[in-house]
Design a protein around this ligand. Structure first.
Ligand code: GLN
Length: 495
């Protein structure tokens, strides 16, 4: 009989429904695991009383037969979602100790489906980063802020910015977690930690209560072991939220579990040649090639396509995202939210000291870049140009989708790197986002699924990108692959 933390979300939900296990003992089991693996620095907030009370509520609903589809399933949330029962910090000193009066829509939807909240997960400050090293609040059980560690090799990064989510699920401290993806922050940590994660179409999940980084790009999504589990979670967390998020899509949500088993016969998979250039490490390429051959065996056809502006996605993203961030983060001024400097001479001095103390280096760097590209005299040269190229990148995808049904390639050029390797060189980290940024700029759904191992026996993820609202197709593709392989079931040693 497998232990509770080895069960998938689907299996755990079934056992809970059949009352083979209670929500309370499930929650206790995971709280115990979280306490035993604090060295990973995955959690930044836990509250046993809240978690156990939610578990009791789930048990009551299960007994009464009024339970939602995720009743009693423990889930942890990236600390970029505001929660009324746990502090919400976005990994920043600016929000240390902040409590929201309400739950983010994504959190509310999962709670309404019966999920039990295990706690809040570490992330890069305001979701800016690719390694979860740029975090300014201490993890549970730590005195000082600490980088999240990768359970496959604790000397390596878990990826970012949803690194806490990835480490927690990979180490089986939670059956699943939420993440957010602005330029790759669900897909890349999923890839680095051997998980399955999906970023839906822009507008598919509500951004209400998600602390904003770059509003035209931010999207929420699930991270779990399998596509089947992601489908369950995605069905629960997505949907229109028109009164609260003006970019929410007015399209009814699908049951993403329904099409998981469809045949892939005749499916045309586009392989962008720009995703296989000199920057792609040989170990990653070989795992991706093997996965693509598996898809051929499953009946799919590979078609070479071109996304000619792939390289431009990096400068375009690193202009648009900081521009939006500089505007979004202006609300942290010592008056409306969070931290205020203890000593100051006048109002302007209060703003300056508050922001100097509250924000970390990477956040300051992006606020400065963003302010610069939006300033009079540089707006046309940088911001406007970037917007035009963003449109061209989106058009390139539509051109490509005339020849293929989905696009596949690597998530990142390498496996997870060693802690500290890129922390002094922000541009090196930005360059590693090359394969995830184009889809983000085009607002397309994208996912990562584990397809093998590279250097140092570190997981490699395959990225699938679909056209707008094609989440079900991506999950179907991932599920069929996972029926034929077992990479998604592998567990890092010691967990
Ligand atoms: N690594 C990218 C960045 O630093 C993406 C982050 C994200 O998706 N939140 O902005």
């Amino acid at each position: 009989m497998p232990e509770l933390h080895q069960l998938s979300v689907a299996e755990l939900a079934r056992q809970l429904r059949e009352r083979k296990v209670s929500a309370l003992e499930t929650a206790q089991h995971f709280l115990g695991r979280m306490a035993a693996h604090r060295d990973l620095a995955a959690f930044v907030a836990v509250d046993e009383d809240v978690t156990l009370a939610q578990a009791r509520t789930a048990d009551a609903a299960l007994t009464a037969g009024s339970a939602g589809p995720l009743a009693g399933v423990p889930i942890a949330h990236k600390d970029i979602f505001v929660t009324k029962d746990f502090p919400s910090t976005a990994g920043s000193r600016m929000l240390a100790g902040y409590r929201s009066p309400f739950d983010a829509t994504v959190v509310r939807r999962l709670t309404e489906a019966g999920a039990v909240t295990l706690g809040k997960l570490s992330c890069d400050e305001f979701a800016m980063g690719s390694a979860n090293e740029s975090v300014a609040v201490p993890a549970v059980g730590h005195k000082a802020p600490a980088a999240v560690r990768n359970p496959w090799d604790r000397r390596r990064v878990a990826g970012g910015s949803s690194g806490g989510s990835a480490a927690a699920v990979a180490a089986r401290l939670a059956p699943a977690a939420t993440g957010t993806d602005t330029g790759g922050s669900i897909r890349q940590p999923a890839s680095f930690c051997g998980l399955t994660g999906i970023k839906p179409t822009y507008g598919r999940a509500s951004r209400y209560g998600m602390i904003a980084y770059a509003s035209s790009l931010d999207q929420a999504g699930p991270m779990a072991r399998s596509a089947e589990d992601c489908a369950l979670l995605l069905s629960a967390l997505c949907g229109p939220d028109l009164d609260r998020d003006s970019t929410s899509l007015d399209v009814p949500v699908e049951d993403y579990s329904r099409k998981l088993n469809e045949s892939l016969d005749g499916l045309r998979i586009g392989i962008p040649k720009e995703f296989f250039g000199a920057g792609l490490a040989a170990d990653v390429r070989s795992a991706i090639d093997t996965a693509l051959r598996e898809y051929e065996k499953l009946g799919a056809k590979l078609v070479e396509i071109s996304l000619p502006r792939t390289e431009l996605a990096i400068p375009v993203y690193y202009i648009i995202a900081p521009a939006e961030a500089s505007s979004n983060l202006s609300r942290f001024d010592g008056v409306k939210f969070g931290h205020r400097a203890a000593q100051y001479a006048d109002l302007i001095d209060m703003y300056k000291k508050t922001r100097a103390e509250g924000f970390g280096d990477e956040v300051k760097r992006r606020i400065m870049i963003g302010t610069y590209v939006l300033s009079h005299g540089y707006y046309d040269a940088y911001y406007l140009q970037a917007q035009k190229i963003r449109r061209m990148i989106a058009d390139d995808f539509q051109e490509a989708f005339k020849r293929c049904d989905v696009i596949a390639g690597p998530v990142a050029p390498t496996v997870a790197w060693k802690l500290g390797d890129k922390s002094e060189d922000p541009v090196a980290a930005y360059l590693a986002d090359i394969y995830t940024l184009p889809g983000s700029l085009a607002g397309l759904p994208g996912m990562s699924l584990p397809v093998g191992f590279g250097e140092g026996h570190m997981p490699v993820g395959l990225q699938l990108i679909g056209n707008h609202l094609q989440e079900a197709k991506l999950l179907n593709m991932a599920h069929r692959y996972q029926q034929a392989t077992d990479f998604h079931l592998r567990t890092p040693e010691g967990y």
